[in-house]
Design a protein around this ligand. Structure first.
Ligand SMILES: Cc1cc2nc3c(=O)[nH]c(=O)nc-3n(C[C@H](O)[C@H](O)[C@H](O)COP(=O)(O)OP(=O)(O)OC[C@H]3O[C@@H](n4cnc5c(N)ncnc54)[C@H](O)[C@@H]3O)c2cc1C
Length: 435
């Protein structure tokens, strides 16, 4: 199929998830005062806001775009605990004691998410189907298994190991040299989870307002903060910034030197025959691999199609232009998919940090949670909740992600000029390992 032929009739350059639950506009007037203003309406912002409102505070969430239009309704929706720290490589740079505490908080974040969704009956299509991690090079099979053993030991998950001869039991592809499956990981529907969080926040009394981009927060009289927005100023006792990959220097000059926005792209196939999906991705597992230039894939929660995420090359492109390169990577793993077209292509920004871990703390005159490093469905929900607990004085102890050490990225002031260079370097190393 030529690149132009991959687009199905009715193709949309927007997230597949928005078909079921799209971001929302709310142009009601902004209040001029509130106990707390939350900047950013993703998972972190909504979890923080609901917690504050349930404690009796008058809370408004503002977003520069539609409600949920950031990373939260664009993700792969994969959920896990601690895998990013071990498999994602942050383990290498961290003090072992701090690492163990971070693992503890990652487990708590996953527990928090599951308890929230199941305990409050949120409609989010959460399913624990397991996750396959593929080794894209022969030399990476052993390190993948080693990481699996660390994950099992540190987080208590059940891990199963596969070599090239046995991996077809868990993935319908010969692309990998083996890998591992973690039973306890799974996925949810990012759009539906966000819609459920909006409903939950409103029930708690939170005001949600779209199209109200905030400028830098300033100190005001009597310990108050002034939040200037496109739709007027708000005076508040507390400000939470939950802007992650959408942090920019015109709103958050300090944070924007620490959180680098990097785009990740996804495509959705047209509906596929059910037996083909079961052959390619048995048991609806989540899939990711060892490449630095990582890929991630999964069936849609209704089992009708395959979603596939990656980067299209070194430079950022618009979503339709990027789609053929993503499609090529998908069909490299599953050549059977060359017979099928795609209905959606989209992208979103993840927030990367120099030390590869998320942070919460105080910057830019606000309490913040940011820097998901591509792993934030559970973690950013939890850090939003923890930020609220901290403001309410209810934490037993700070989370391991709440640290003063949050250094600015060297030579970075808001224009991520080095992303194409890093992407090229990653691709080169991935390619040479596979050779
Ligand atoms: C393509 C993609 C795939 C991903 N896949 C996964 C996955 O499979 N599993 C996983 O765990 N994580 C994944 N992630 C990461 C996950 O989606 C994020 O970590 C999480 O959604 C971040 O939530 P958040 O609330 O911190 O930020 P976001 O949801 O990004 O929300 C930030 C909001 O802040 C707003 N904002 C920014 N500045 C201002 C301002 N000055 N004034 C007003 N509003 C402002 C933005 O408009 C935005 O809506 C993925 C992310 C992307 C983009």
């Amino acid at each position: 199929m030529s690149a132009a032929d991959i687009f199905a009739e009715g193709f949309k350059a927007e997230p597949y998830w928005w078909e079921a639950a799209a971001p929302e506009t709310d142009l009601d007037p902004l209040p001029t005062r509130a106990d707390a203003v939350v900047i950013g309406s993703g998972y972190a912002g909504l979890n923080a806001a609901t917690e504050l409102a349930r404690a009796g505070l008058d809370v408004v969430v503002i977003d520069g775009g539609r409600l949920g239009e950031g990373g939260s309704t664009r993700s792969g929706g994969m959920v896990s605990s601690g895998q990013k720290l071990v498999v994602g490589g942050a383990i290498k740079g961290i003090d072992p004691e701090l690492f163990d505490r971070m693992i503890g908080d990652s487990i708590s974040s996953f527990d928090y998410l599951q308890t929230l969704i199941q305990g409050e009956g949120l409609d989010a299509d959460l399913a624990i189907t397991g996750r396959f991690f593929g080794a894209h090079a022969r030399s990476l099979v052993e390190p993948t298994w080693r990481n699996g053993r660390i994950l099992a030991e540190k987080t208590g998950v059940n891990v199963h190991f596969y070599d090239r001869g046995t991996q077809r039991q868990v993935i319908g592809s010969d692309y990998y040299y083996g890998g591992m499956v973690v039973d306890e990981y799974g996925g949810l529907h990012p759009g539906k989870y966000h819609r459920a969080l909006r409903e939950r926040a409103r029930k708690a009394g939170v005001k949600l307002r779209s199209h109200a981009k905030a400028g830098p927060v300033r100190d005001a009289a009597d310990g108050m903060k002034l939040v200037p927005t496109e739709r007027g100023d708000i005076l508040a006792r507390h400000v939470v910034s939950a802007t992650n990959g959408y942090t920019r220097k015109d709103g958050h000059p300090e944070l924007a030197r620490r959180v680098v926005p990097v785009k990740s792209y996804q495509i959705a196939t047209e509906p596929l025959p059910p037996d083909l999906i079961e052959t390619l991705i048995p048991k609806a597992r989540m899939i990711s691999d060892t490449r630095r230039d990582v890929i991630y894939s999964r069936p849609s929660p209704d089992g009708s199609r395959i979603l596939f995420g990656s980067r299209p090359g070194f430079f950022e492109r618009d979503d339709r232009e990027a789609a053929p390169a993503i499609y090529e990577r998908m069909t490299e793993i599953w050549p059977e998919l060359k017979a099928y077209k795609i209905t959606h292509a989209w992208s979103g920004f993840v927030g990367m940090t120099a030390d590869k871990v998320a942070h919460m703390g105080k910057r830019d005159n606000s309490d913040f949670a940011a820097g998901c490093n591509g792993n934030g469905v559970a973690l950013m929900s939890y850090l939003g909740y923890q930020t609220a607990q901290k403001i309410l004085g209810r934490q037993n102890q700070p989370t391991a992600f709440d640290r003063d050490q949050f250094t600015a990225v060297p030579l970075y002031s808001g224009n991520p000029w080095f992303v194409p260079i890093v992407a090229a370097w990653y691709r080169l190393r991935d390619w040479s390992e596979r050779r």
